[in-house]
Write a protein that binds this ligand. Structure first.
Ligand SMILES: CC(C)(COP(=O)(O)OP(=O)(O)OC[C@H]1O[C@@H](n2cnc3c(N)ncnc32)[C@H](O)[C@@H]1OP(=O)(O)O)[C@@H](O)C(=O)NCCC(=O)NCCS
Length: 167
């Protein structure tokens, strides 16, 4: 971990959030050896809401760097019942997303980014934070459960909605 740094997002990092959203969206295709989707998939209504118009008051993100190069990001946004995310719980619970570039996974960066987000969420006054996770994504589930997330629902068939109480 000594060679990496983590800081809050700047405006110039927003394109990297789109890259990480694409990592999340294409993960299953990579795992199953399928053709990757076009980047246009990020413009579908269910996905675009995770990054579009970044910079709203409640938007928070942290970026991990290897020297000057961004290698991972974790972020959250507040959604509402009229426009819920996959991991929507209620209007007072931000929903997070996270991805690390493949060659930088399993080095502790994901855990570290999430701990930054939890501290930020607590400072913002939230009592809990949520996410959605493909129930076959074992690496992510392992990390989430280790950090105190519990399944509280299901979105579509294979997507778990998980929540962590921020103490
Ligand atoms: C899920 C993800 C964010 C985890 O980030 P990471 O930096 O790799 O995770 P960390 O290195 O902090 O590891 C945290 C724990 O997960 C385990 N882990 C991470 N990657 C693993 C792997 N490939 N195989 C086995 N265990 C793994 C680590 O061993 C560690 O557990 P430990 O503390 O018990 O040893 C990362 O794998 C990723 O970007 N995946 C693709 C995108 C994705 O799935 N996003 C989440 C969508 S819900």
């Amino acid at each position: 971990m000594d060679f990496y740094s983590i800081r809050a997002i700047n405006r110039e990092d927003v394109p990297f959030l789109w890259d990480m959203l694409y990592e999340i969206r294409s993960l299953r295709c990579v795992r199953e050896g399928k053709i990757l989707p076009s980047r246009d998939v990020l413009q579908t209504p269910d996905l675009v809401k995770y990054v579009q118009d970044w910079g709203r008051k409640s938007d928070r993100a942290f970026i991990a760097f290897d020297a000057q190069t961004p290698v991972g990001a974790a972020w959250y946004r507040l959604f509402n019942a009229d426009n819920p995310g996959y991991g929507y719980v209620d209007d007072r619970t931000p929903e997070l997303a996270i991805a690390i570039l493949p060659q930088y996974r399993n080095k502790g960066l994901g855990k570290s980014l999430l701990n930054h987000l939890f501290a930020q969420a607590k400072a913002d006054g939230y009592q809990q934070i949520s996410l959605s996770c493909d129930s076959t994504n074992n690496n992510a589930l392992h990390l989430y459960q280790q950090l105190g997330f519990e399944q509280v629902g299901v979105h579509i068939i294979q997507n778990w909605i998980m929540q962590k109480v921020l103490i």
